[in-house]
Design a protein around this ligand. Structure first.
Ligand code: ATP
Ligand code: MG
Length: 299
């Protein structure tokens, strides 16, 4: 498969799940179990795309690095056990670790709570030429914090500033922040791994029943499950307000891990390919330098 073909196929995989304008977005329009009609017999075909896509991704990253102008920020959000970690691990398996950094955002520390909620994420933004991956992000501040208002109280915001408009204001600030990043050469690409409640239950049970997976389970995960509907609403509202053409959301069906990985890889390939980066050409002085170095080496 030629590069152009892979990129074209990649587009086919992302198009149904890409949300650039969220106003009318409804979560229930995307089935977590969807595999675009790829039944088990067609699965190898989809996986072939992943196998070919990973080296291409590595090449695109290499060009990003060589250019040293653009940065790429990949944001992953999901309910527990939706497969964020696995997707990040598989999709990025071919890329050069020097050009890539994963940051995980957990319950904020006291030092983090002493700052605005974007602060900790701003420090982890990718430099030019780099890919930054956020495993959770500032979006937690309109998700878990919205579902659990007591967390908002811990954020030490002056009470006069906490009004019923707070979520709308946060969406507005996040849109502005992402627009700012875009205008500075940081391309933002966001993923919501959309898992069903039944599949989450199956994965939790597997974590409990399989001793090698016990470490992955926390009682808190099960407690959060009780708030399933509130989370789904918060996710839907978040996508509605923060999906933009510059920083689109990809709502990726996550009940089948192999399919999730294909769609995620496809979206990253598509995003990097759209930058149309060629290896930088060197000027005449540099060419002379190279010729001189070559002459010296072969002598
Ligand atoms: P895993 O898939 O391994 O469970 P994880 O991303 O769920 O990975 P955990 O350490 O289990 O990692 O959970 C991190 C927790 O931190 C999540 O429950 C998340 O909601 C919470 N968290 C992240 N950001 C914030 C925030 N700003 N305020 C409050 N809680 C937060
Ligand atoms: Mg967890």
């Amino acid at each position: 498969m030629k590069t152009k073909q892979i990129i074209k196929k990649a587009r086919g995989f992302t198009q149904p799940y890409r949300v650039e304008k969220g106003r009318h977005f409804r979560l229930k329009d995307i089935d977590p179990g969807d595999t675009m009609g790829f039944g088990d017999e067609a699965r190898p075909q989809a996986q072939e795309l992943l196998a070919r896509g990973i080296p291409l991704l590595a090449e695109l990253q290499d060009r990003l690095y060589a250019h040293n102008q653009w940065g790429l920020l990949l944001i992953f959000q999901a309910m527990d056990a939706a497969g964020k970690d696995g997707a990040i691990k598989h999709v990025m398996s071919g890329v050069n670790p020097q050009g890539c950094r994963v940051s995980s955002f957990k319950t904020p520390t006291p030092a983090e709570l002493d700052h605005d909620y974007l602060w900790r994420c701003a420090q982890a933004l990718p430099a030019r030429g780099q890919i930054g991956i956020f495993n959770r992000s500032y979006y937690e501040d309109v998700l878990v914090v919205r579902v659990h208002p007591e967390l908002l109280a811990r954020q030490k915001i002056p009470p006069a500033l906490v009004t019923k408009h707070i979520w709308k204001e946060r969406f507005e600030d996040i849109r502005a922040f992402e627009r700012y990043l875009g205008r500075n050469g940081v391309v933002v690409c966001k993923f919501f791994l959309h898992v069903s409640k039944q599949e989450q239950k199956r994965r939790f049970l597997e974590r409990i029943n399989n001793p090698e997976k016990n470490w992955k389970f926390s009682a808190n995960d099960a407690a959060e499950r009780e708030h399933w509907n509130d989370y789904q609403q918060a996710y839907e509202d978040m996508i509605r307000h923060t999906a933009t053409p510059e920083a689109p959301w990809h709502v990726v069906p996550a009940d089948n891990k192999w399919f999730t990985r294909v769609v995620v890889a496809a979206a990253i390939i598509e995003t990097l390919a759209a930058l149309d980066l060629k290896y930088p050409e060197v000027g005449r002085t540099k060419l002379k330098e190279l010729a001189a170095a070559k002459a010296a080496l072969v002598k």
